[in-house]
Design a protein around this ligand. Structure first.
Ligand code: NAP
Length: 237
């Protein structure tokens, strides 16, 4: 539980903030592309990486909001190096198609019984599988690039804004039970910058420590299928 502050091997816990896990680290010379940078975890990740000297490219679907966020961060960190680029992420429909074709035996899901929570979970499973397959391919090609996946924890952000009563309950009790945004952005800042993670690839992190994902995430055949499926979708365009 984050509020107990148990530290893992890294020396950090679920209650560590993004500023704490990157304390003293010099990110000058590095470039990070942050998606969803206009709000919640993406915004705090952008702010803290910029604070550490990283050149941050905010990849946002709304350039106007992105520019406003950039200006706000620049007021706090005048030396920050931030660019804004337009990027619309893929739709849930692609993930649903993959899930129904390849993992429906584990999680019944079909077009008539759409469940947004299953679909959301499967989109996160796809993130982990993607990092694993990317790692396998980098190794096969002898490329020194790493790819990892992570779970930021449960954080009060705008994420539940379309889920009326759940959002209301989360906002009411969340401040006592969930992480705040500064804690929620910690794991991605840790994985992006901390020397402990240098050279580590294909792993899954939680609370700024290595963690074990669901068994499906370790299915290398599924990871390959996801890769091929993604290529087939993007080649069609
Ligand atoms: N909060 C949690 O408890 C939690 C837990 C686990 C994982 N996560 C993951 O962490 C990430 C950030 O979540 P958050 O809690 O920070 O949510 P958030 O406050 O709602 O922020 C979501 C961000 O994603 C952007 N976005 C949404 N759809 C997009 C699209 N189609 N193309 C490009 N950008 C898009 C939004 O941009 P606009 O400003 O244009 O809407 C916003 O900047 C998400 O992937 C979420 O699934 C969050």
């Amino acid at each position: 539980m984050w509020f107990l502050g148990w530290k893992g091997e890294s020396g950090f816990s679920a209650s560590s903030t993004a500023e704490q896990v990157t304390q003293g680290i010099d990110g000058h010379g590095l470039t990070a592309i942050v998606t969803g940078a206009t709000s919640g975890l993406g915004l705090e990740t952008t702010r803290v990486l910029a604070l550490r000297g990283v050149h941050v490219v905010m990849a946002v679907r709304n350039v106007e909001s992105g520019t406003k966020v950039k200006e706000t961060i620049l007021k706090e960190i005048p030396s920050a190096k931030i660019d804004v680029m337009e990027l619309d992420l893929c739709s849930m429909a692609s993930v649903r198609k993959f899930a129904s074709d390849y993992i429906s035996s584990e999680r019944p899901l079909n077009i008539l019984m759409y469940n947004s929570y299953y679909a959301y979970g499967q989109s996160k499973l796809a993130n982990i599988l993607h990092a694993k397959e990317l790692t396998r391919r980098f190794k096969e090609e002898g490329v020194e690039i790493t790819a990892n996946a992570l779970h930021p924890g449960s954080i009060i952000t705008n994420i539940l804004r379309y889920h009326g009563y759940i959002n209301a309950v989360a906002n009411m009790v969340g401040k006592y039970l969930l992480k705040n945004v500064q804690q929620g952005a910690a794991t991605q800042c840790y994985v992006a910058l901390h020397p402990q993670v240098k050279g580590i690839s294909g792993e899954y992190f939680m609370d700024s420590n290595k963690a074990t994902p669901t068994h499906l995430a370790n299915d290398s055949e599924l990871a390959k299928k996801l890769w091929e499926f993604s290529v087939s979708l993007t080649n069609q365009k």
